[in-house]
Design a protein. Structure first.
Length: 302
């Protein structure tokens, strides 16, 4: 059973890597004829730098090749969802590279656990259970890490929204345009929201409409407060209402929501403290209080 599990894992990982790296070299008849008519300048193949590190010479090109192959075989719907999740997390990574990471963790981690279990002399059933658990963990650990990155970044954006839009309101009321006000926020505020706003300003400068750029920013971040604020700004521009007043009202609403969320977390604190108190604090208090009494009773002969 142990050797069968090891052989199955080795074959699975090997065939997965081969499938990602395999490239079809055959071309059609028409393509071969046209290629003979084209002029191709002879080029010299670039050799890797012998003084570069092992990761730069071997691991990075291998990762890029696996990533490109995974991008080509991924379905469009899965690729789009994964790309949106990576953008929400603020990661500059292609969906294929993330899939390659999942394939590596899902293949290497079970092999390590299998080798450790076999070297420790465990039973076949225990080894099989450990291998299955490691396989599941290897697949889900990158997904959990990505989900944690998304939640952390969304919290940072949500926390910085009221202060950032207070600066926008002050700038608009001082006479600046909405684009100049957002540029001032990018200069003064640091964090993920400033990065997203800077990207949106660059898209508007390149000719994209403000409505599409701001809606894309709201979809990229996935923060409900920002999406509500963006919709309010778009409606204010369409109806000719003062943008500064709308932003001020929405900023007050966001501050109220942040206060309510803090109060909600404060109300949940007593419930969350029950389990540490019962399992860790109360047993220690019982030992400290009742320990001397038990020792005296044992010395008295009870």
């Amino acid at each position: 059973m142990l050797y069968a599990a090891a052989l199955g894992t080795f074959l699975t990982v090997t065939m997965m890597i081969y499938g990602l790296l395999y490239k079809k070299t055959g071309v059609g008849v028409m393509e071969s004829r046209l290629s003979g008519l084209r002029y191709q300048k002879p080029g010299r193949e670039a050799l890797p730098d012998p003084e570069a590190s092992f990761s730069a010479r071997v691991l990075r090109p291998l990762g890029n090749a696996v990533s490109k192959r995974a991008n080509s075989v991924l379905p469009s719907t899965i690729s789009q969802k994964l790309e949106m999740a990576l953008q929400t997390a603020g990661l500059r990574m292609s969906p294929g590279k993330f899939i390659a990471i999942i394939a590596v963790t899902g293949g290497v981690l079970p092999l390590l656990v299998l080798a450790m279990s076999a070297s420790s002399g465990g039973s076949a059933m225990m080894t099989l259970v450990s291998w299955a658990g490691a396989s599941i963990m290897g697949v889900y650990i990158p997904r959990m890490w990505l989900g944690g990155k998304i939640k952390k970044r969304q919290k940072l954006i949500q926390k910085s929204l009221p202060d950032a839009f207070d600066l926008v309101t002050a700038s608009v009321e001082a006479g600046l345009g909405i684009d100049a006000a957002f540029a001032r926020v990018v200069e003064k505020v640091k964090g993920p929201f400033a990065e997203e706003l800077g990207r949106t300003n660059r898209e508007i400068t390149m000719g994209r409409s403000r409505r599409e750029a701001f809606q894309d920013m709201a979809d990229r971040t996935g923060v409900d407060d920002l999406r509500s604020l963006v919709n309010s700004i778009i409606q204010a521009e369409l109806m000719g209402i003062s943008v500064g007043g709308v932003i001020r009202i929405q900023t007050d609403v966001m501050r109220t929501k942040r206060k309510q969320r803090a109060e909600e977390q404060a109300f949940k604190a007593p419930v969350k403290m029950v389990f540490p108190l019962v399992f860790f604090i109360f047993p220690a208090i019982g030992i400290v209080i009742g320990g001397p009494a038990v020792i005296q009773m044992m010395n008295a002969g009870f």
